[in-house]
Design a protein. Structure first.
Length: 177
């Protein structure tokens, strides 16, 4: 890795996912450092300034929003992408207000993240279409009907035409924020 490679900070508490992202970005020419929480981010910022940062919203013992705030306060030019498996409009707005430049829902791959970097750097970069999976469409529809019914599982199951237990199992698999 050369000294002029852009420095990417990955803030992720899932070591396997962090390692996968790290390897992928290193193959693309980035110098990558990984932190698992706010204390490690603060220690890194004492010695280095990343050009890019990918921050998981939900860390083991804290919120990634504190990391976004620290990164932005340290250098407002750092391009910060927030990743989350629990996407919501409220957290997206809060992340952007604290200094994030983009907000991506998981599953996001290296191409999605790099495209978000490029979109911030060059507003002329077209945003590509990535087909939505059937499971994601189903999950979004379940959440839509849940909200319509005031989070009544029995009524949601009836409206979706599925057994209540089937819906309960699907809801157990993915946490509702």
């Amino acid at each position: 890795m050369t000294d002029d490679a852009p420095l990417l900070l990955i803030v992720e508490d899932d070591a396997t996912f962090a390692r996968t992202l790290q390897r992928s970005f290193e193959r693309r020419g980035y110098a990558v450092v990984v932190a698992s929480g706010p204390a490690e981010v603060d220690a890194l910022l004492a010695t280095r300034t990343p050009d890019f940062a990918v921050v998981d919203l939900k860390l083991a013992q804290s919120s990634g929003l504190s990391c976004v705030e620290s990164l932005h306060a340290h250098d407002p030019d750092t391009i910060i992408i927030v990743l989350t498996g629990y996407a919501s409009i409220a957290t997206a707005v809060q992340a952007i207000k604290l200094g994030a430049t983009s907000y991506l829902a998981k599953p996001a791959n290296t191409d999605d993240i790099e495209r978000a970097f490029a979109t911030v750097v060059d507003a002329g970069v077209p945003i590509g279409d990535r087909p939505t999976s059937i499971k994601t469409i189903e999950w979004e529809r379940i959440n839509e009907v849940l909200a319509e019914t005031g989070f009544n599982v029995s009524e949601t199951a009836r409206r979706l035409g599925m057994h209540r237990r089937t819906l309960a199992r699907k809801l157990e698999k993915r946490h509702i924020p």
